[in-house]
Design a binder for this molecule. Structure first.
Ligand code: KIV
Length: 277
């Protein structure tokens, strides 16, 4: 069966090479974040192409204000769990703040650790400074697939002071365009475009040969990614316009917990069939 062009998904393992083919065929890439084996299994069964073990786990799993404190060991821990839970999707681990900015050598060593210890299919890192481009060249030459990330880069929160959309003025738009092109030159297999105007994302997508994966970057990207807890309606305090809620799990879970508490207090749980005699 030819899956290209149809809305169904191809059952075989997704690779970086496959993502390139999907771009050429005009077939959208479907990505979500994931942080544990349980969710990874469901993501796999649903036909998601790419799971990003994002450093957003700092916000949604650890309850942090920013992603800055997330460590390499924590990313490795969560990525191992996701790899155990999902077989078909390409699994990419986010390189946390200060694991790739110090030097190309250190970035290379840290990316190597992620690959060896987790069994994931590649790493992602934010930004496109000269050190980062050097690190990417070093990694890709040694066989480590790297995904780039431009536009809003949450690890730079203290530089910009807000999570506002990027690239709205022509100068910033040009610099984001250049960053994306430099990342392609350095060898990334795909690039995340976060919170930038749809027309800028369109221009990048049409110019680059590698796939673009958008989050808050409009409909023209080669693929889309969301933080899975946002689209499931688990994170109710965060509602930017680019998040579509496909479920309201916060309420569902809240009601289940309340019902359980009531049943225990009223001695309705456990009943006879739920007990051993
Ligand atoms: O950390 C993350 O989840 C991300 C996505 C928002 C792209 O970088």
């Amino acid at each position: 069966m030819d899956y290209i062009g149809s809305a169904s998904f191809e059952p075989k393992k997704v690779t970086t090479f496959r993502l390139q083919e999907m771009k050429k065929a005009g077939r959208k890439i479907v990505a979500l974040t994931g942080y544990d084996a349980l969710i990874a299994r469901i993501l796999d069964e649903s036909g998601i192409d790419l799971i990003l073990v994002g450093d957003s786990l700092g916000n949604v799993v650890q309850g942090l204000e920013t992603t800055i404190p997330v460590t390499l060991d924590e990313i490795i821990y969560h990525t191992k769990a996701v790899v155990r839970g999902a077989k078909r999707p390409l699994i990419i681990a986010d390189m946390p703040f200060m694991s790739f900015q110090v030097s190309a050598d250190e970035a290379f060593t840290n990316a190597g650790r992620i690959m060896k210890e987790t069994g994931c299919g590649g790493v992602k890192l934010e930004g496109a400074s000269e050190i980062i481009l050097q690190a990417i060249r070093r990694m890709t030459e040694s066989g480590i697939p790297v995904m780039g990330h431009v536009g809003l880069t949450p690890q730079s929160i203290h530089k910009f002071g807000s999570y506002r959309a990027r690239g709205k003025d022509p100068e910033e738009a040009e610099s984001i365009f250049r960053d994306a092109a430099n990342l392609e030159q350095a060898g990334v297999f795909a690039v995340v475009l976060e919170k930038i105007p749809a027309n800028l994302a369109k221009r990048i997508t049409e110019t680059l040969k590698i796939p673009t994966i958008g989050i808050g970057a409009g409909p023209y990207c080669d693929g889309q990614i969301l933080v899975y807890t946002d689209m499931l309606g688990l994170t109710i305090d965060f509602s930017p316009r680019f998040v579509r809620r496909y479920a309201r799990l916060y309420d569902t879970i809240l009601n289940a917990f309340k019902q359980y508490a009531e049943d225990v207090r009223n001695q309705n749980f456990p009943n006879e069939s739920e007990s051993y005699f």
